[in-house]
Design a protein around this ligand. Sequence first.
Ligand code: 13P
Length: 349
Amino acid sequence: MTDLAQVAQSLVAQGKGLLAADERPDTLTKRFTAVRIASTPDMRRDYREMLVTTPGVSEFLSGVILHDETIRQKTASGELIVVAIEKLGMLPGIKVDLGAKPMASSPGELVTEGLDGLRERLVEYRRMGARFAKWRAVLSIGDARPSRLCIESNAEALARYAALCQEQDLVPIVEPEILMDGAHTIERTEEVTSEVQELVFEALYAHHVRLEAMLLKPNMVVPGEDATPPAAPHIVASATLRCLRRHVPPAVPGIVFLSGGQHDVVAIRCLGAINRAHGPRPWRLSFSFGRALQDAALARWGGKPENVEAAQQVFYEKARACSLAALGAYTDQLEAAPPQRVEAMLRDD
Ligand code: 13P
């Protein structure tokens, strides 16, 4: 196995997943503002440092996805954050797309930009210590959306990005996200997710991307957030696995879901249901959550140094719950249990 395939496998090691902490400064500012935290580069640095230095969290996290701002920052003690992450036993990754922009030929749809000069940026990030990268395509569901043209344009960009990453010794995380916005049914999400995954893998083949050295980061198949009633976790698990089994070759070592704005407990329950479902699951099925891992810890922190320890405890518990879900061992009782009880409860399960 080549080094890159080994890195891909280590990112989805048993019971481990990723922390997506790569929000753009303006996105994190919105999340800070919602809980009345002033957003400055130093506050954003303090927040990310608090998360990654949570004692013991590398038991559940294999890697952390950073933004360009963070990969250049140092911890309060003067160490580069990438170095601190590595010393703590996790791998640093980097978001390399430059955002989803309005598509000129298809009003109301988005295409992700960032291919110009990407090779040079990847060289720099690899030199800085990044071992993997992320590129997010954003698709939305509406009457005639997403259009075939929008799916194909985003799939092509994802494949060109992935090929460039592998050329530069970085594991690409390929993220085609279908947003939850709307009142569409779960069946409609399944239909769209299926088409998107089919065209993404077609593009990856066309660009000779090595499937063994990449990860897929998809949405779970859920109904639109305004649809009622919401789907039960086992229904989400069945629909999600149907799409993946039809379109994702077993050569791909892992699938790391985004949480997509689902409530954290719901996202974790769905991941648990996916890992407890019947039928073949030839890939590791884990998490690369942003909000589902962070929301509770961010609120607990509130930007106050005296809350760091309590916020880290909250973050540790969320990461532990995600890990249990990835192991197919997540139950409500386990989430509520004190850490020292969990191993015994798992043995008894
Ligand atoms: P969420 O889990 O908050 O959707 O974020 C994951 C991510 O990285 C989106 O690009």
